[in-house]
Design a binder for this molecule. Sequence first.
Ligand code: PLP
Length: 336
Amino acid sequence: EFALAKRNTCLRINLDTILNNIGILKMQFSEHTDVIAVIKANAYGHGSVEVARYLSRHGIHHFAVAAPSEGKVLRQAGVTDFIQVRTFIGSVVIKVDSGMSRNGCQPEDLVSLMEFCLENGVHVHSIMTHFSQAWDDPNFTKIQLETFLKAASPYRKRGIKLHAANSAGIIRGFGVDLDFIRPGIAIYGQPLDNMPSTIALYEELGLRPALAWLARPTLIKTLGPGRVVGYDQTYKCKNEEIVATFPVGYADGYNRLLSGKGLITSIYGTPCSVIGRVSMDAITVKLQENIECQDYFILQDDFTSPNSITHVANELKTITYEVCTRLSQRLPRLYI
Ligand code: PLP
């Protein structure tokens, strides 16, 4: 409430849902496997410091980020757990390219790289690989896993830990019996695609979205027929219409491509259309009725609403990852 009142908008993040989602993923793998929670890009928009602190208090002590600056933010906030950073500092995690052809050494170069580390006193924490299509190409993922294990298994016998599985790998059961799993998107409860079978699987497993975006109108007006709304006059009222302005825009992560297409929902579930252009700091919405001081969901924390992150990602022809990670730093985050 306080956060919402500060700017009439906030992200509401349920940390317990994130912990619960990790618990569900944990059930998919063997007991000796540990979790590296991927909290890069501000924990996929959820707030890396708060997520890391909460998870650390509940027994998760390994985190992964991409940029060194992301690790620094965590350290400065007092997170003392293991943090894997894509550009290494301290103990290194060595990545093997098993088929994604992005980062990582070629499998055949692992031996010389490990020798180099040994000779130069570099502490190798673990060896990892990353799956490119574990969700929908089991054959290629199987080859990736085999390629990785062929190169890295000898080092496991010498006590070096191995990890491979991202969310898709975990749910599909690839690399889940190694030393760590590295889930990202699934811990935030966001589906990997918009297929009904994916949503059904998430529901069956009990994975739930942890984030909702709420806002309250800053102004409600009744506009007569012929009145135009927003930049470029892209919307003209046909009748007398109730139009509300909300303090969220593309600078907050509400994509401009949703101009005239987006839907938001009242807390009672009524869908309302976003009309006119999305501006940097505001959207205009056609309301069904003039209710002052009612909160609305800009993004809903379920799978089925027209403004769930899954549906919005689909509308934008992108993935849930992008919708989440574009949620701006300037949005107040309310943790429940
Ligand atoms: N491991 C690595 C190396 C990654 O780059 C990522 C994310 O891109 C993850 C794990 C987590 O992936 P996901 O969010 O699909 O679970």
